[in-house]
Design a protein around this ligand. Structure first.
Ligand code: HEM
Length: 463
């Protein structure tokens, strides 16, 4: 058995270091604007990311330079840009280089922060924890846990759906990834992960107590202290379980290469974050739309009831086609991950624009998903867009990219569909979901991940 380490050479080795960052002078030939010195347009973007992108796109076109978070960068806007960026046919875009400015010190060496051969190797090994047999077992666990949580929500009167689903998603992730039932650790893990995600947006990135970044670093240390001994124990016991951790401890590629303890810790911390915050965000948007569109709530309920099942197993997930379309529409309206970054490793060009090596480039699912140039009535909730009759097959295939695409396409997207469908199945079979006031509208905070500012207060009434 070969244990891969960060220093292992060969297929898993990282490429040479990134090129120096391109400064404002090397990007000056591109359309765009730098905004005020140093800070650039950061506050405009943070305040209203879609409105800001619309202004920049209308003024400068689909490729423009600007400065955000102290860094000169280039925005690539539209489905063609998404395709060029995500497929990266020239292998010139580094995901690690793109994400590191935000995630360094917090989610280092998670799968999304690896590139090319090393990334492919790790992804192949990790993929074993998301194959059909594993997914079937995850499905059973979720199906058993979700009704209990929902029954508890039903007893509380009104509650903030965002907080409730975040806790449930975290508990499910902890149980499925580690085989641990919800316990006293859950709350601490939740805080650690939330602090780490919030720290990703910190403008001052020093590990100082009391600062946003310092809290994120403390969260990372907690997660490592929590995980290392558990991995050791799992190895000693032969890792016979069917939780993700056991699968990762056992997983190997065709040449018998396995992940080291450190690599498993890095991947698990990333997975945990990737899984629970994104599902929380997307199911919250879906419920937000269903409490505002009772007609759709009833249509989904009819589909769920039509299955004639008490429990939902992996084999029947595919039958919830309208639920899936509604979930896709929620992901369109509020992409949980609003923007994706990369770093150019060599000089390249897109749409006739020269982009030098060392440029931070980014796409914006959150904006492209609501472009009036692509979508009819983009602000309207209309799940039928994701059916053949609604034009799903005629649209540019990179117009809708909530899970990214290409080599770094979300590894957990089936996991996400599965959890969303199980949740809807159990909610809609027994409960009517209502807002606490009519008409109800809320504002969403978009960065770092999309969430309703008021936490989405709702009430559940038994049918
Ligand atoms: C609705 C839920 C989710 C959304 C919207 C989402 C979104 C994304 C996006 C946009 C990326 C690509 C980032 C990039 O290319 O820069 C990504 C990657 C990833 N996601 Fe998800 N995700 C979701 C759920 C999950 C779940 C449930 C898991 C795990 C169980 C997960 C694990 C991952 C991993 C490991 C990667 C990195 C893949 C790679 O780099 O090869 N995600 N996700």
């Amino acid at each position: 058995m070969t244990v891969m380490t960060a220093a292992t050479k060969g297929a898993g080795a990282a490429p040479a270091g990134p090129p120096p960052m391109a400064g404002t002078r090397r990007l000056a030939h591109l359309p765009g604007e730098w905004g005020p010195p140093v800070i650039g347009n950061t506050f405009q973007d943070l305040r209203d990311p879609r409105g800001y992108t619309r202004r920049m796109y209308d003024r400068h076109g689909p490729v423009y330079r600007h400065r955000l978070f102290f860094k000169p960068q280039v925005a690539l806007i539209g489905p063609q840009a998404n395709e060029w960026f995500l497929l990266d046919r020239e292998r010139v875009l580094s995901s690690a280089g793109g994400w590191m400015p935000f995630l360094a010190g917090l989610f280092d060496r998670g799968l999304m922060l690896l590139d090319f051969d090393e990334h492919r190797l790790h992804r192949r090994i990790m993929g074993q924890a998301f194959k059909a047999p594993a997914m079937r077992r995850y499905c059973m666990r979720m199906d058993a846990a979700i009704p209990t949580a929902i029954a508890a929500w039903g007893r509380t009167g009104s509650f903030r759906f965002y907080d409730a689903i975040k806790r449930l998603s975290l508990d499910l992730a902890t149980e499925i990834f580690l085989g641990l039932p919800p316990g006293p650790e859950s709350a601490r893990i939740n805080r650690a992960l939330t602090d780490m995600v919030q720290a990703a947006m910190a403008l001052i990135r020093r590990d100082l107590p009391g600062t946003r970044f310092g809290r994120g670093r403390a969260g990372r240390r907690f997660m490592e202290r929590f995980l290392f001994p558990r991995i050791e124990r799992r190895r000693a016991e032969g890792a016979r379980g069917d939780d993700t951790l056991s699968l990762l401890v056992r997983a190997e590629d065709e040449e018998g290469r396995r992940l080291s303890d450190r690599q498993i810790v890095d991947h698990l911390i990333f997975l945990w974050m990737a899984a629970h915050d994104t599902i929380t965000s997307s199911t919250t948007t879906l419920v937000y739309e269903l409490v505002r569109h009772f007609d759709w709530q009833e249509r989904l309920r009819a589909e769920v009831m039509g299955l004639g099942l008490e429990r939902l197993d992996h084999e029947n997930l595919g039958r919830l086609m309208l639920v899936e379309a509604a979930f896709k529409e929620a992901l369109r309206l509020n992409a949980p991950v609003p923007g994706l970054p990369r770093l150019t490793l060599r000089d390249t060009s897109f749409a006739g624009h020269e982009i030098p090596a060392g440029t931070l480039v980014g796409i914006s699912p959150t904006f492209v998903h609501r472009m009036k140039e692509i979508w009819d009535a983009p602000e309207r909730f209309d799940p039928l867009r994701f059916t053949d009759a609604g034009g799903a097959k005629t649209r540019h295939r990179f117009a809708w990219v909530p899970f990214g695409g290409g080599a770094h396409m979300c590894l957990g997207l089936h996991f996400a569909y599965m959890q969303a469908k199980l949740l809807m199945f159990h909610l809609l079979r027994e409960w009517r979901l209502e807002p606490i006031r009519h008409p109800y509208e809320t504002r969403f905070q978009i960065m770092p991940l999309t969430r309703p500012r008021d936490g989405l207060p709702i009430r559940m009434r038994r049918l």
